[in-house]
Design a protein around this ligand. Structure first.
Ligand SMILES: *Cc1c(COP(=O)(O)O)cnc(C)c1O
Length: 663
């Protein structure tokens, strides 16, 4: 632990008494602890009331540089920070980011920081952030100071709930009497606070500070309990409860054997772009958890969407019932398609519980479409080599027959038609010849083909391959000509990853059926959607599919929240920036002998090595360097959360560069 965040039920709850007491006790023990007051209001002639009083009382003097990092935002008006800063527009407004930067600097000078918030947790820091956001970003445990008076049970319980909901650790609470008791009833109320609060929270009472009649200066709280100080002693992170042995013996992980598995790393929490391992390491995430976590981890808007929906209705069967999150998400998706495709023909939506199931549903729609019309022989699909559509049997049957699992399930999987992977690259001039093999297959087998399914522009897990938009236009024309349905699997590419909201926009081609998934919920829950044009669905009849968790309200609610973030954040500029940095950092790698090719599109960067990347050794190397990157085959790739900072992304790129330079 490098610090503690002291917050209160209220302004004047007694935070500064506690802060001063803890600081004094820690320093008396010989530690190099220091005080920070990220926002101090009521500052006149350079004197910060609480901050300077504490330093004076404890005879601490500070270099100017330290003072400005520990006390970064001062305002004259003794009001809430947001208002105080608005009254002094010439000064920079406080932000969580700026405060955290200052305190990270201060952490290098001191071994422990006692950080005192302003007012209570929901006190606004600026127009969009609160003290609670600051506490979360600092990632220090909190102590809640409760002003012991009438009404404090409510304030204390609300504050503790807010802390716990934000995923912030809380050591407990301290009761503080800040005024002399007026009468006997008041004394009774105060005596009742501790037992009544203890009965309603599992968090411990750390101390009680009685009224001390010191009017002029801040009274010094002398008897800080040893148990509290023990909790604060800078100690290495608690040794993790060892997760790995049970995991190793009992749990399957993706695409690995249970008897001789690849190594796994234990991660206990994740915030923004950082994964926190149980043994205390922070890893910058380059994978967005397989395309999903586009807004970063633990985004408060997404967390709160789930919390609110969970408290109302986590799930209800979709058979014969509908609910607000499903309708809202349906509306949002149709609006979003309308906005990005100019005129969207999609009208009907099936909410599936994962990408693979969305693909199954799309295929089922296509097959039912022909059966319903009495066409019995359209039982085949046409797709591209190098594709990936999921791991269920229908989806597997259209995955690349070599890198996919066809050999493993030979004789079990239905056999479909595969055109070669498009050769003409996204950025290259179009080559007519690239489309010939596909055209030939259609001309020869169209009477058997129910649908074409492919990933537009970017083939993801089948090889991270970017191909020419004209290919899709040719596919669309040919499908129209032979009445073949066209399915786009945008499960990986949807929601901005390629630089457009949907990859099909690069080609201005619209399929008959569209699959979305992965980033749909911002990586919070499993959900996918199949969108179809009425000309398809009107001929499908009763669609024989209905997963138990179809249109799960939690997943729909958080998907709505994620789409809201896409509407309100500059994702396009962020993706553009990631593309530029990936190009700058990685283009030179193509010269290295161990590297075959480098390709970048939108927020996707790929280094194709000459040989297979040894997964275990590569991951160990990355983790040692503080990055989370998972290669497959010959490919090392990055597709980070859109909110990744430039320095974080450059560090990830550098890790890959060091690896490749030693190949
Ligand atoms: C991941 C993926 C799927 C499968 O989605 P799951 O949610 O893992 O079942 C299907 N198609 C594409 C293009 C994908 O990237």
């Amino acid at each position: 632990m490098k610090g503690i965040f002291i917050t209160g039920t209220d302004t004047d709850a007694g935070k500064t008494v506690v802060t001063q007491g803890i600081l004094h006790a820690l320093r008396r023990r010989g530690g190099n602890a220091m005080l920070s007051k990220p926002v101090q209001t009521g500052v006149r002639q350079g004197v910060a009331p609480d901050f300077d009083t504490v330093l004076q009382n404890l005879s601490i003097s500070l270099p100017a540089e330290h003072r400005s990092a520990l006390l970064p935002f001062c305002f004259e008006a003794a009001t809430s920070p947001h208002l105080a800063s608005r009254l002094e527009p010439q000064r920079p407004a406080p932000t969580v980011h700026a405060i955290v930067e200052n305190l990270r600097q201060a952490e290098t000078w001191y071994d422990f920081l006692v950080v005192e918030g302003a007012g209570g947790l929901y006190v606004p820091l600026n127009d969009t952030e609160t003290m609670l956001d600051l506490a979360a970003a600092l990632d220090f445990p909190t102590i809640l100071v409760v002003r012991n008076t009438l009404g404090c049970l409510n304030h204390a319980l609300l504050s503790l709930e807010a802390i716990q909901r934000a995923g912030i650790s809380c050591l407990g609470w301290i009761l503080c009497e800040t005024t002399p008791p007026q009468d006997g009833l008041e004394e009774t109320i105060r005596r009742d606070t501790r037992p009544s609060l203890s009965a309603r929270t599992t968090l411990p009472c750390l101390a009680e500070i009685p009224w001390q009649n010191v009017s002029e200066t801040l009274p010094l709280w002398e008897d800080v309990p040893e148990t509290l100080l023990e909790m604060l002693t800078p100690i290495p992170p608690t040794p993790p409860e060892d997760l790995l042995p049970f995991d190793r013996q009992h749990l399957f992980h993706p695409y690995t054997s249970i008897t001789a598995p690849l190594p796994v790393y234990a991660v206990s929490s994740a915030r923004k772009t950082t994964l926190q391992t149980v043994d205390g390491q922070a890893l910058t995430d380059g994978m967005a958890s397989w395309w999903c976590a586009i807004h970063g981890y633990s985004h408060p808007h997404l967390v709160s969407a789930i919390q609110q929906q969970a408290a109302k209705m986590a799930h209800v069967m979709f058979g014969g019932i509908t609910h607000p999150p499903a309708v809202a998400l349906g509306q949002k998706l149709l609006e979003m398609l309308e906005q990005h495709l100019e005129r969207s023909p999609f009208e009907h939506i099936f909410f599936a519980d994962s990408g693979s199931i969305a693909v199954e549903v799309a295929l089922k729609m296509a097959f039912q479409y022909w059966r319903k019309q009495g066409v019995e022989n359209r039982t085949k699909l046409l797709t591209l080599r190098g594709g990936y559509h999921g791991d269920t049997f229908g989806a597997m049957s259209v995955c690349d027959p070599v890198t996919g699992m066809h050999s493993l399930f030979q004789g079990i999987l239905p056999r479909h038609y595969f055109a070669p992977r498009p050769q003409c690259r996204f950025h290259d001039p179009w080559q007519e010849a690239d489309f010939h093999p596909f055209r030939q297959l259609v001309e020869e087998y169209h009477a058997e083909i129910a649908a074409v399914i492919l990933e537009p522009i970017v083939q993801g897990a089948g090889g991270m391959w970017f191909y020419h938009p004209q290919y899709l236009r040719e596919v669309r024309t040919l499908c129209n000509q032979y009445g073949i349905l066209l399915i786009f699997d945008e499960i990986a590419t949807g929601f901005g990853r390629t630089g457009k909201m949907f990859a099909m926009q690069h080609a201005e081609v619209i399929p008959d059926i569209l699959c979305l998934g992965k980033a749909l919920t911002g990586g919070m829950l499993s959900l996918a959607a199949v969108l179809a044009q009425p000309k398809v669905t009107e001929n499908v009849g009763t669609l024989m599919h209905g997963p138990t968790f179809m249109a799960n309200p939690l997943a729909c609610a958080v998907a709505c929240a994620s789409l809201e973030l896409l509407q309100t954040t500059p994702w396009q500029a962020q993706v553009q920036k990631i593309e530029t940095i990936l190009q700058e950092e990685w283009t030179p790698l193509a010269q290295l002998s161990g590297v075959r090719e480098v390709r970048v599109l939108g927020a996707i960067g790929v280094v194709e090595c000459a040989d297979d990347v040894p997964v275990a050794a590569f991951q160990q190397f990355c983790v040692r360097c503080g990055g989370w990157i998972r290669p497959f085959g010959k490919l090392i790739y990055l597709m980070p959360p859109y909110v990744i900072q430039e320095s974080e992304l450059r560090d990830l790129c550098q890790i890959v560069r060091s690896w490749c330079e030693n190949l």
